[in-house]
Structures are given as C-alpha cells and as structure tokens.
Design a protein. Structure first.
Length: 253
C-alpha cells in the first residue's frame, strides 16, 4: 500500500489525530497539523522533524467554518495538493439530557458537524479537479445508534457518516476516495475522564494503525475493533422497544 505524500489533519494536537499524524509522518507523508493548541502542535512537529519527517503547523479553530475553508485551500496550494484530508477534530458532551447545557450541544455540532463538513467541503473541489485523493472523516461507532447520555455526540457523528456516504457516491467515478472511520472506545484525553467502564477500549497507537491501514486501502468504512463493530451493526437491527432497554442498561449505575 502506497503511503500518502501530503496530508492535512484537524485535531492533530492530541489523541487519535496526533497518533495518526505520527504514523503517517513516519512513512514519509508531509503532514499539515492543525488544532487550537499551538504549543502541542509545535512539539509534535518538532518530534516528527527530529525523526526525519516533515510537518507544518497551522492554528485553526474548526468552529470557524469560513476560516477552515480558507486554510484548507491555502495549504492545498502551498504544498502542491493534498492526497489525504482528514477531518478528525471532535469533542464530546456526555451527560444526562436533564443536565446538558445548550452551549455543550452547540459546541458539539459546530466542531463535529460544521467543522468536519467545512474541512471536507474545502478539500473536495481541488481533489475533484485533480481526479485523485482521499477525503476522510473521524466518525464513531456511536454514529450507528443514539447512545444514552450522548445524544448530541451520536447525532453529530451520524450526520458526519451520512455526509461521507453521500460524498462517496457523488465522487464515485472521479478517482477521489472517501473513508469513514468509526472507532469504538479509544484511550485518549477525550475518554480519560469517563465515569463508567469503556468496554473493549483500545490504545490510541492501535487505533491509529487501524485508521491508517483503512485510509491507505481507501476503505469505505473503517469500523473497529471488529467485534464491537459487528455488535453495533447487530444493534442497529434491534426494534426500538428492545434497544431502549439495552441502552438504558448501558448507563445504569
Ligand atoms: N476516544 C474515543 O473513544 C473516540 C471514539 C470514536 C471516535 N472518536 C473521535 O476521534 C476524534 C479525536 O478524538 P480523540 O479521542 O483523539 O480526543 P482528543 O484527544 O480530545 O482530541 C480531540 C482533538 O480535536 C481538537 N479540537 C477540539 N475542538 C476543536 C476546535 N474547535 N477546533 C480545532 N480542533 C479542535 C483538539 O485540539 P485542540 O483542543 O488543540 O483544538 C484535539 O486535537 C474525535 O472526532 C472523536 O469524536 C474518539
């Protein structure tokens, strides 16, 4: 499988985005690292360059979708065209609906949906013109059913996966590939404060390896760990009355 030449990654300052950037860079990919925390991005770029790789840094808040579109297009021209753009930045908001603040819902939608779709939208035109490239989004297995106490998060990932599915069909004959990555639980700062066990959790390096393999294959959907992905697929077949009882048990203390 051929490595990517030039990749743009949002949410590269920590967790999955950081690990994916490290793995891509170790294979020779020039990576453009973006997120809000500049210090972490610069440290990562230094680590990559110290190991002989190439990395550039751009501070970017994906909630500002106009800026996202400008930044993706500017960098695409500067580096000579991305062959991978990964909309990875994401936030969670796990709380019972009675405790959820509207601001939390808005933040999830503006980062996970508007930010991700703006990233993909900006990269689509240039890739279509070149007739090559991979557009990818970091969704989640939580996109497949409304997870209890994670309504905004599940809804945001369902929106992203649905967008990616349409995009895949729209660009089907163009030479551009679309990859929807759907991890289960991964040990990252996002899950570090979880107040309940995380079944079948895997580490971020392992998740990055599975993601990079799926990206290089141009796989339509990269869902892992495999066993959990199958269980989640099976759960989509449950009638609502059964699902409601199963879901309720997932969060009962
Ligand atoms: N961990 C899991 O179990 C799991 C499972 C399935 C899917 N995912 C998805 O994987 C992706 C990465 O999450 P993670 O687990 O690696 O969590 P993480 O370590 O908290 O990383 C989240 C990344 O998103 C960036 N980000 C957040 N808000 C942003 C904004 N407004 N603008 C730009 N960047 C922003 C953060 O950077 P800054 O704070 O520096 O901006 C950080 O780099 C997310 O889309 C998440 O939904 C995670």
């Amino acid at each position: 499988m051929k490595p990517f030449a030039r990749a743009f990654i949002t949410g590269a300052s920590s967790g999955l985005g950081r690990e994916i950037a490290l793995q891509l860079a170790s294979e020779g990919t020039e990576v453009v690292l973006t997120a809000r925390r500049e210090g972490l991005l610069r440290e990562l770029a230094e680590d990559i360059e110290a190991a002989g790789g190439r990395a550039r840094v751009e501070v970017l808040d994906v909630a500002d979708s106009d800026r996202v579109i400008e930044v993706v297009r500017e960098w695409d021209e500067r580096v000579g065209g991305f062959d991978l753009v990964l909309a990875n930045a994401g936030v969670g908001a796990a709380a019972h609906v009675s405790e959820l603040k509207w601001n939390d819902i808005e933040r999830v939608l503006s980062v996970n949906v508007r930010g991700a779709l703006a990233t993909l939208y900006a990269a689509t035109g240039p890739m279509l013109k070149r007739g090559t490239g991979t557009l990818a989004g970091m969704s989640s297995l939580a996109s497949m059913r409304g997870m209890p106490t994670s309504g905004a998060y599940s809804a945001s990932k369902a929106a992203l996966s649905t967008y990616l599915e349409t995009l895949r069909v729209d660009v089907r004959r163009s030479g551009v590939k679309v990859v929807d990555i759907r991890p289960g639980y991964v040990h990252t700062p996002m899950t570090a404060g979880a107040d309940r066990p995380l079944p079948f959790v895997i580490d971020a390096q392992d998740a990055a390896r599975r993601s990079v393999r799926g990206l290089k294959r141009g796989q339509a959907v990269v869902a892992y760990p495999r066993r959990v992905a199958w269980m989640t697929r099976a759960m989509t077949l449950l009638p609502s009355a059964v699902w409601d009882r199963v879901a309720e048990r997932m969060v009962r203390k």
